[in-house]
Design a protein around this ligand. Sequence first.
Ligand code: GAR
Length: 201
Amino acid sequence: MNKKTRLAVFVSGSGTNLQAIIDAKIGSVEIVVVVSNNPDAHAIERAKKHNIPVEVIDHKQHSSREEFEKEIIRRLEPYRVDLVALAGFMRILSPFFVRAYKNRIMNLHPALLPLFPGIHAAKQALDFGVKFTGCTVHFVDEGVDTGPIILQAVVPIHDDDTEETLLERIHKEEHRIYPEAMRLFAEGKLRIEGRRVFVRE
Ligand code: GAR
């Protein structure tokens, strides 16, 4: 069997996507470490329950973004990570970190990029009045939510939706497409050409 892709999942909060990645039991992927910038993230408990090593690297303990990211790189080294997946990681990674893991960082965003980048994407979609939104898995480049798109899923917006009910529907799709994108990466089925990502099944 080919070597498994060694995955680091970066979290800051609840970790339902981490849970979905764990539960998907992707044969070609091994979660070797979970990194949290938030010592109180519920995601940490989820990782521990599955005996996944956790590295807590609190950004507040570092004098600058670069020092924080240098520490992440240093702490990741022993895990020999092939792929970094941001799963609700609420810190922007600078070009310094992005270059260290070029084309090996994925992010999940709760909207159909390039619409509604940044924070509170579901609320942005509701407030704007679009009838459909969704979620996006993309490679991380040096911008914010701008990298080449791997997979997207569409979610309808209902008249009686609140941010919570809409997010619930978006999460269901996130939990499906994020593990799928990782599987495709691990099996060598993704090819990046400029802004476009081609999927070969
Ligand atoms: C997810 O909905 C993800 O799309 C979003 O944070 C949530 C994390 O949920 N990410 C962003 O908004 C990034 N800009 P989780 O902690 O339950 O996986």
